[in-house]
Write a protein that binds this ligand. Structure first.
Ligand code: IVH
Length: 743
């Protein structure tokens, strides 16, 4: 989606230039996509460019030319295959992007039909593959074609024959089966006659399952062959292979979404004698096709799908009858959230007016029929412009470039920032300030810039430069050999320090109630807190003059800090913010310290210093999950004078740790060193509580499933970790079983 406000500020000359560039870019990608089956940018990103062009053309209508991509319906067919004229044109669906678009659509439909009809719908997941039309003569597969330009397609019969999901001979459903799906006598006779001596056509989508795509790419990688770009491309590319053997290797799939039966003899006669006014549709191209829909054959879209199944075709089991538009929304929203769980790419829901009798009344306009709508899922990619790049200083002093974007909707939310990670990434993207970029936001992942579109540059772009000094404290910037990140070398850097303080008080570390980032920032700004140890000398009076503090809240915060003076060792270690030491590594270090340190559990911070100063990086590396980088980082931290001074100050102020891991080991041997992975939502406890429980019992938590995982705890709506666990045969337990074992 394109930033709405930007084009308003362009003058006509600027708009003309931008329009020309957008057209060139879109045409290039359309050619790759439709003619060569190649794809350099995603559909979402291309839609976003088209949308920008459309809006600009709307703002300057006299800049619209006939050759603009916005004026075109489909690509031209390839020359390689024999051309096939479709018996009924293969049209496209109109797109709706939100529930408002859908309600408007329904309103338009009601304005075209009498109110006595209640609209109900049939919802099908919209597969993202390649449309193919199959013709069966006397029940035998005779010819298959691609959509081409909608009127003429390419003959791909040989390749389609290799797809197991496509029956070479149609099944002959029994009368009882046809009656069961609600077909009348006339319809049954007509179908039986068509199977015996007539023509039946089906339309559907050729796809490659995601798992097949994964398997093939794994194999190709091993063989050193070129990898397939994505399942859609792979399906389209395979079906257009001139060598059917290659197509067969690709294990394609085919799902039917439409069925074209011959007119019943009664109707055929009637239509030959006179064309009734109700048969005259808005688009002359459609007339022949639409006559079939007003027949006395099938009454509902739902029946078409059921009949296709009876004839031996694969149809999606997820398709659903929806009594009203609200139910359609529910279906759409469910699959938008859960599309990752499907084994095929799916970009929305094809919503169809279920009563076929209404189709000819509703007719078609332009590229598609009015009685269907593609209710798209939020695109995971979109284009926008990079307004600026700012540098953020992290807890470890690392400078991270952040792209400031023209606000853009992607994956269902508006975003205005995206991380660029580091200078190497900027170079990889060849990015400049002012560039149009493709942004991706898939699932709950942080949005990222995945590609710059340099051809859209207008000459005003600027290079992105590393700041000469720390943007926060003005300190020197360093880069360690072999590292990608640049860091602020000033140990007292405001931002570095602030982040350290915030981290110390955060949930996974000391978990000090009421000591959130805003308050810490105030304390630092006012000079009340300089380092971690200063928290422990805070007095009510220090806090009261500050914003947000009254007598009681100040008292509460001082108490909360004092209450958390002694915490579990792993929290203490994690709170120190040592680079590469997350919660899991902190726990591992804590366990090792507690097992090998004889003074534990009475040990003090000075024992901790003694232990870590005495342990060589090689010994740290001997611990499971500690690699050389982590080991060096820990060792460096404990040899840094500044850090040692801080630890001493903390000890002087009475900060320390509690608990003995040897107790846990005694308590719950079955959890010792067992690896847990959590996925989905648990009902009775938060993710955080579940993690703590597992750790307390001596287990470890990993973020990814591997064959070494002992348990996957699956809550509601589990993610891909669940599928992976299933695949690897890892033990999956539900919430009930989990609660049982931690009892
Ligand atoms: S109905 C009038 N139903 O989406 C067009 N299309 O732009 C009739 N598609 O070319 C198509 N799943 O390749 C329909 N359940 C579905 C579909 C579906 C995927 C594709 C089809 C078509 C495009 C529509």
């Amino acid at each position: 989606m394109f930033c709405v406000v930007c084009y308003m500020f362009m003058d006509k000359q600027q708009a003309k230039k931008r329009i020309e560039k957008l057209r060139e870019e879109i045409n290039h990608h359309r050619y790759l996509y439709h003619v060569l089956d190649k794809q350099e940018i995603s559909d979402g990103a291309l839609d976003s460019l088209k949308n920008e062009l459309f809006k600009l053309e709307q703002a300057y209508p006299n800049l619209i030319t006939l050759d603009s991509p916005t004026q075109r319906v489909a690509g031209k067919p390839l020359d390689k295959f024999k051309k096939v004229r479709h018996s009924v044109p293969m049209m496209s669906l109109f797109d709706a992007f939100n529930s408002e678009d859908m309600r408007d659509w329904e309103k338009r439909l009601y304005s075209l039909i009498s109110r006595e009809f209640r609209l109900d719908y049939y919802c099908e997941l919209k597969l993202d593959g390649l449309a193919a039309s199959l013709r069966y003569k006397k029940g035998v597969f005779a010819q298959g074609a691609t959509r081409g330009d909608g009127v003429i397609g390419e003959d791909i019969t040989q390749n389609l024959r290799t797809i197991e999901a496509i029956p070479l001979v149609l099944r002959r459903p029994k009368k009882g089966q046809l009656t069961k799906i609600g077909l009348a006598k006339d319809a049954i006779i007509n179908i039986q006659t068509a199977l015996e001596k007539g023509t039946i056509e089906v339309r559907g989508e050729v796809i490659m399952a995601k798992t097949v795509f994964g398997k093939l790419n794994k194999k190709y990688k091993k063989q050193g062959r070129a990898l397939l770009a994505n399942p859609r491309n792979a399906a389209a590319g395979s079906i257009r292979q001139l060598d059917a053997k290659l197509a067969a290797e690709r294990q394609l799939d085919y799902y039917v979404y439409d069925l074209i039966l011959p007119l019943s003899p009664r109707l055929a006669m009637a239509s030959a004698k006179r064309a009734t006014p109700s048969m005259v549709l808005s688009s002359p191209r459609l007339r022949s096709g639409q006559a079939r829909e007003r027949g006395d054959l099938l009454q509902k879209q739902e029946q078409k799908i059921e009949l296709a199944k009876l004839l031996g075709f694969k149809v999606l089991k997820y398709n659903k009858y929806c009594k009203n538009i609200e139910k359609v929304f529910k279906f759409h929203d469910h699959w938008e959230k859960n599309r990752d769980k499907l084994d095929f790419q799916c970009d929305g829901v094809a919503v169809k007016v279920n009563k076929l009798a209404l189709w000819p009344r509703l007719g078609a306009v332009g590229k598609g029929p009015r009685y269907m709508m593609a209710y798209k899922f939020a695109a995971e990619q979109a284009t926008t412009k990079v307004k600026d790049v700012v540098w953020q200083v992290g807890r470890t002093g690392a400078l991270t470039p952040i792209a400031i974007l023209n606000p853009v909707r992607v994956g269902g939310v508006t975003i205005s920032h995206a991380t660029l990670h580091n200078m190497d990434e900027i170079q990889r993207l060849s990015l400049k300030i002012g560039d149009t970029v493709i942004i991706e936001r898939a699932g709950d992942v942080i949005p990222k810039v995945i590609k710059a579109l340099p051809k859209l540059r207008d000459g005003d772009e600027r290079d992105i430069r590393l700041p000469a000094e720390c943007p926060v404290c003005g300190g020197k910037i360093d880069k360690a050999p072999g590292e990608v990140a640049y860091r602020c070398a000033n140990k007292n850097c405001y931002a570095v320090n602030l982040r350290k303080l915030i981290h110390w008080a955060s949930k996974g570390a000391l978990d000090i109630e009421g000591l959130g980032p805003k308050i810490i920032e105030q304390l630092v700004k006012e000079g009340i807190v300089g380092d971690l140890s200063d928290f422990y000398t805070l007095k009510k009076g220090d806090l009261k003059p500050l914003e947000r503090f009254a007598e009681k809240s100040a008292e509460n915060l001082v108490k909360a800090i004092q209450d958390r003076k002694r915490v579990k060792l792993e929290r203490f270690i994690y709170g120190l913010g040592i680079r590469h030491v997350g919660e899991e590594t902190a726990l591992l270090l804590a366990k090792n310290f507690s097992v090998y340190n004889i003074t534990y559990p009475k040990s003090k911070i000075s024992d901790l210093i003694f232990y870590f100063k005495g342990i060589k990086p090689e010994s740290l590396e001997a611990m499971e999950d500690v690699g050389p980088i982590v080991a060096k980082s820990i060792s460096d931290w404990f040899y840094n004078q500044h850090n040692l001074e801080l630890l001493e100050k903390l000890e002087k102020k009475g900060v320390g740790f509690i608990e003995d891991y040897r107790e846990y080991i005694k308590k719950s041997p079955k959890f010792q060193n067992k690896k847990f992975v959590l996925t989905g939502t648990l009902n009775s406890l938060t993710r955080y509580e579940a993690k703590r429980k597992i750790r307390e019992l001596g287990g470890n938590i990993s973020s990814a499933v591997s064959k070494n995982t002992n348990f996957v705890v699956a809550g509601i709506d589990p993610g891909i970790k669940y599928d992976k666990a299933k695949k690897l045969g890892v033990n999956i337990i539900d919430e009930k079983e989990f609660l049982e074992i931690i009892k």
